[in-house]
Design a protein around this ligand. Structure first.
Ligand SMILES: *Cc1c(COP(=O)(O)O)cnc(C)c1O
Length: 793
């Protein structure tokens, strides 16, 4: 964007006065942040309007997602507009610390983890590629909780990003719609956020819906002096968009959750149909030529019967006509094969909350039954397995596949597992629907913004084409044997490690040594991700260092960051265990020069941006077959960390691109896990035979560690060592993989000493990270699923 520096400065000062009634000298950082945000919103308004008009002529893709984990917008917007340097200069002239102003922004944390962050990266890529694509979601008043530690346990504190409103959103009251449930209606009020592309005038939109009551105040009750009940309806309605469900990869099956899903999906579809009619009238036979809708996991799948309802009940189409449009409009992304994540709704609840949509779902199910009876006449078992409504439950993934044009997994390995195992029945019925779309991340946020030092050095070496074409990083291979370049790579990494150390000292009063190896595992806390394997290795390392203080050893700092779902007892116990190990290690002068452990509090996007650039080692150690893709692994790679991982998710493709010799792969493969399950895995075998492992496992229950009486360490011990009614002992193969993991850690510790060889591996990873740009992912969706084409202002 071309705006004059002096004009920009004057606008900021004016907004400060208009919005807060202050001169610069009196203003707080937060107020300066807001004034700057307002200035940007004013300056982009015209391009935003023009983009909307331009896109309305095109086929558009609508990305429906219950989560958008956006993080902060200011830095990203300034970079994408190309005015970050100007703003920094202005602030310098005015004597303002830009970093403090940036820190005044709260994360828009409307998501749990990878799924929500993927949606955010996709929006950035859509805008940058000038693609007509918009996001639709929920404007949760409270995003993912803020995490604090008390006695090493996680405490959840409410997150309140909207406390003082939000400078990046514009309310659009004229586009309000009504959403009707079995027990009444609510108003869905949209707020639009601009999604500013890099190096383009195009500005896309994320539309988030907020729930409101039809009758804000019941005057009858109010007049009877019944104050509380007078606002009851308002409170109940507003509850729908009140809070994000904090579960990652688990399904709660709660009524409010179903209401949230139907609320934002119905509002979005009404909006899409309204826009279509405005452009094309009521000839809905053309609908799928102008509209593609992507369902991010099963959360918005209720959209399939809802669009049927709109077409049949409101627009007067026949069932057949409606279905032939619907089945060409939607596509579905599967994000997991974990059984506990597969959404199923109890029919009683579903019928109560959305009675008409339930009837239509029954109709779709009946239609599918006929297809199945015809396709598999001699296989009643299979016909049963594939029914959408089965017993008392509605299987949302089956509804998604049946009602969609395309179904995709999120990494090659994941899609293969879907085709050959989890969704085998469906793949055999509809092979043409299935395809893979390996996830990606936006290099604008995860390199250009997060690691400006590395970004400008790369630009110095190969030019800035990588910012919009990440495959250009391949040109860095030319410098693999250039010692000056390798030294500079190491120097930048060191600088980022110092910055992270300073941040941790400032925020958590923790001292770490930037000369040590930064070995990092940041992601949601889940048993399948195996933070437990990581901390077991640390306990064993501690035991070995205590027994033999003089072993040749490169100092290591283990860094964790993770939120646990508030109701996930075992995950919270693992957080407590890591914190307890951290205390034990960090306070022990016999080892704390060599080993430190840090748990970063309240891991979120803004903190992630400080962590990824500072990592030497990227821990991606899930049980093979369990992590659909992972995207954290890609952010690490792009910033030059080496992957310590299993052959799972996108790790497989990372080593395919960068070379297995430039990363550290260990552990059971998907096939080996399957074999062990089949032939019976007994964790007592590694427990009794792997040196040191028994001592580590026993320490959970022998008094070494203390769970303060809540019993969680005993539970973890039991899950590892005993078969339970629901699962086999050590179902995630922590003990089985322990020895291979420890051996790989030891190799890393030795190889880190050879700094030039390490730097070469690091550069090799950066140079081959091109595939993992979300620009590549989005281009594939655009070409192979949505069939949309760029339209540039
Ligand atoms: C990228 C990201 C994730 C996803 O991490 P995985 O390791 O892929 O699970 C989760 N949370 C935040 C804040 C992220 O930035």
């Amino acid at each position: 964007m071309v705006i004059e520096k002096e004009k920009l400065k004057a606008e900021i000062l004016k907004n400060l006065k208009v919005s807060f009634g202050k001169e610069l000298s009196e203003a707080k950082d937060f107020e300066i942040y807001r004034a700057l945000g307002e200035t940007i919103m004013q300056d982009i308004a015209s391009d935003w309007y023009d983009t909307e008009k331009l896109y309305s002529q095109q086929k558009q893709a609508f990305y429906l997602s219950a989560e958008f984990l956006m993080g902060r917008a200011l830095g990203n917007n300034l970079i994408n507009l190309g005015i970050l340097d100007e703003v920094k200069e202005i602030f310098k002239e005015l004597g303002i610390d830009y970093n403090k102003v940036e820190d005044a922004e709260e994360d828009a944390a409307l998501g749990n983890g990878g799924l929500g962050r993927l949606a955010a990266c996709f929006l950035d890529s859509l805008a940058t590629l000038n693609l007509p694509g918009q996001g639709y979601g929920i404007r949760y008043r409270n995003g993912i909780f803020n995490q604090e530690f008390k006695d090493g346990y996680q405490i959840e504190k409410p997150e309140t990003w909207l406390k003082y409103g939000d400078v990046w959103s514009v309310m659009r009251p004229a586009d309000e719609v009504i959403v009707t449930f079995g027990d009444g209606s609510v108003r869905a009020l949209p707020y639009d956020m601009p999604i500013i592309g890099y190096g383009t005038r195009n500005i896309n939109t994320l539309r988030l819906w907020e729930a409101h009551s039809l009758n804000d105040l019941d005057l009858g009750k109010f007049n009877q002096q019944d104050y509380l009940h007078a606002t009851e309806d308002r409170t109940l309605s507003e509850d729908i968009s009140r809070v994000l469900y904090p579960n990652d990869s688990t399904d709660e099956g709660k009524k409010l959750r179903l209401k949230q899903q139907y609320f934002f999906v119905s509002a979005s579809l009404q909006d899409i149909v309204k826009k279509f009619k405005k452009q094309h009238g009521t000839d809905f036979s053309k609908f799928a030529d102008y509209v593609a809708i992507q369902l991010n996991d099963t959360h918005p799948v209720i959209g399939i019967p809802e669009l049927m309802r709109i077409f049949i009940d409101i627009e007067g189409l026949s069932w057949q006509d409606a279905w032939s449009i619907v089945e060409r409009t939607f596509s579905y992304t599967n994000h997991t094969i974990l059984a506990e994540a597969l959404e199923k709704w109890w029919v009683g609840l579903f019928e109560q909350v959305v009675p008409r949509v339930y009837q239509i779902t029954q109709g779709i199910d009946n239609q599918l039954r006929q297809v199945l009876a015809q396709k598999f006449p001699n296989d009643p078992d299979r016909q049963n397995r594939m029914q959408i409504i089965n017993g008392n439950m509605i299987h949302m993934a089956w509804l998604a596949i049946y009602g969609s044009l395309k179904v995709n997994g999120v990494a090659k390995l994941h899609t293969d597992i879907l085709k050959t195992k989890e969704l085998k029945d469906w793949y055999e019925l509809y092979p043409e629907k299935f395809l893979n779309k390996t996830n990606g991340i936006t290099q604008r946020r995860w390199l250009l913004e997060s690691n400006p030092q590395l970004a400008s050095y790369i630009t110095e070496l190969i030019g800035d084409g990588w910012i919009t074409n990440l495959m250009e990083l391949k040109k860095l291979e030319e410098f693999l044997d250039d010692e000056d370049v390798l030294r500079k790579i190491l120097q930048i990494k060191h600088e980022k490690k110092v910055e992270l150390a300073q941040y941790l000292y400032r925020t958590q009063n923790i001292i770490i040594n930037p000369e040590s190896i930064f070995d990092v595992q940041v992601k949601r806390l889940h048993e399948y991700k195996r933070q437990l394997l990581n901390v077991f290795q640390i306990i064993d390392l501690y035991n070995r260092l205590k027994a033999n203080p003089n072993i040749d050893f490169t100092p290591v700092t283990y860094i964790f960051g993770a939120k646990a779902a508030p109701g996930y007892f075992v995950a919270k116990g693992i957080i407590r265990l890591i914190n307890e190990v951290a205390q034990m290690v960090n306070r022990d002068p016999q080892v704390n020069e060599k080993l430190r452990v840090v748990f970063v509090e309240n891991y979120r996007v803004s903190v992630a941006q400080k962590i990824f650039p500072a990592a030497d080692i990227s821990e991606q150690i899930s049980t093979a077959g369990k992590e659909a893709s992972g995207t954290g692994n890609m952010k690490f790679m792009l910033n030059g960390a080496l992957t310590l991982g299993t052959m799972d998710g996108a790790n497989v493709e990372i080593v395919e691109e960068a070379g297995i010799e430039n990363n550290y792969i260990f552990g059971l493969t998907v096939k080996e896990v399957e074999e062990m399950r089949k032939h019976g895995y007994d964790p007592h075998v590694p427990y009794n035979s792997v040196v040191g492992l028994k001592k580590v496992v026993d320490s959970l229950v022998d008094g070494t560690f203390n769970d303060l009486g809540n019993g969680v360490y005993g539970t973890i011990h039991r899950l590892l060592m005993e078969n339970g009614p629901w699962q086999q002992a050590d179902q995630y193969f922590v003990l089985e993989d322990f020895e291979a993991y420890r051996r790989t850690q030891q190799i890393i510790n030795k190889e880190y000493k050879d700094r030039m060889t390490w730097a070469r591996k690091s550069l090799k990873n950066i140079a081959n990270a091109g595939k993992f740009s979300s620009d590549r992912t989005i281009e594939e969706y655009a070409n192979e699923i949505w069939h949309i084409i760029p339209a540039k202002l």
